[in-house]
Design a protein around this ligand. Structure first.
Ligand SMILES: Nc1ncnc2c1ncn2[C@@H]1O[C@H](COP(=O)(O)OP(=O)(O)O)[C@@H](O)[C@H]1O
Ligand SMILES: [Mg+2]
Length: 271
């Protein structure tokens, strides 16, 4: 967990090449930060009020904005509430979930950062994950303005291939943390053998979840038969683990205003 927090704070907008240069120019300290007792006490009360809203608190401190000009809901997601925060610096994209703790967004942030670090396909840079005082959690990330078209699909294919090639895994199949696909847990225990990983942590785990939830033993038994007989299906296949988006469907693909492909909302692992 500590590693996640370090990773996220290291990628705050002030160190990101992806944010506008105007954002990097230091703004004067807000007047409330000057050192007079009255100002110090008003600063304390502002900080106390912000403490109730960790999203605003982050945007107005590490996010380097001095004013939030407005927020707007964004549709198109499946699981979370999404909002655009307009500020006097850059806009931010924020997702919140009122029921699920920060682990889900920590997994998403690590996945986004891993893909971002490949410098291949455009991915929003994650800035901050945290808990909401009312329960649930949030993630703040770079806001990407989308273009009008769905983008060039062959460019998408090429960029994805670049990402796969540039992020070979030397730990085998898996990921640094378990994460979620949608809101379904996904187990990512590092495993040296692909067939073992896929049988146990993908097919086997999903079959167990389905059997627990729906009690359908016929599907469970068919699935177990497939797992027992799966190894010969991979005879001759050369398998090399590399970083995958993990939940790449049309709802998680877009393009920016230049027409370059953008991928979002991953369930990353090395496959
Ligand atoms: N970084 C971003 N910048 C701007 N818009 C975004 C960003 N990430 C996602 N979106 C928009 O918000 C929608 C919901 O985001 P998504 O991460 O898919 O949510 P969910 O986790 O609920 O599926 C996306 O379909 C997309 O239109
Ligand atoms: Mg989504």
């Amino acid at each position: 967990m500590a590693a996640n927090v370090a990773l996220l704070s290291a990628s705050s907008p002030s160190t990101s090449a992806a944010v506008a240069s105007s954002f990097l120019s230091r703004r004067p300290l807000p007047r409330c930060c000057a050192a007079s007792p009255r100002r110090a006490s008003s600063r304390l009360s502002i900080m106390a009020a912000l403490g109730d809203d960790p999203i605003k608190e982050w945007i107005l401190t590490e996010g380097k904005a001095t004013q939030i000009k407005g927020t707007r809901s964004i549709g198109g997601g499946c699981i979370n509430a999404a909002q655009r925060y307009d500020t006097d610096a850059v806009p931010f994209f924020v997702k919140t979930n009122s029921r699920i703790g920060p682990e889900m967004f920590e997994g998403e942030a690590l996945g986004l950062k891993a893909m971002y670090d490949t410098k291949s396909i455009r991915v929003p840079l994650p800035y901050k994950v945290g808990s909401l005082p009312t329960g649930g959690s949030f993630i703040i990330m770079e806001f990407i303005e989308f273009g009008r078209s769905r983008g060039d699909q062959s460019a998408l294919g090429r960029k994805l291939a670049e990402m796969h090639k540039s992020a070979k895994s030397d730990k085998g199949y898996g990921f640094h943390v378990d994460n979620t696909i949608g809101s379904t847990p996904q187990i990512n225990t590092w495993t040296a053998d692909w067939i073992e990983f896929y049988s146990k942590h993908r097919l086997g785990y999903q079959l167990e979840l389905a059997s627990r939830r729906y009690g359908d033993s016929a599907i469970y038994e068919k699935g177990q038969r497939l797992i027992k007989n799966i190894r010969p299906l991979f005879d001759g296949a050369v398998l090399e683990p590399c970083l995958l988006h993990g939940d790449l469907w049309s709802g998680n693909i877009s393009s920016d205003t230049k027409g370059d492909p953008v991928i979002l909302d991953p369930a990353c692992y090395c496959k």
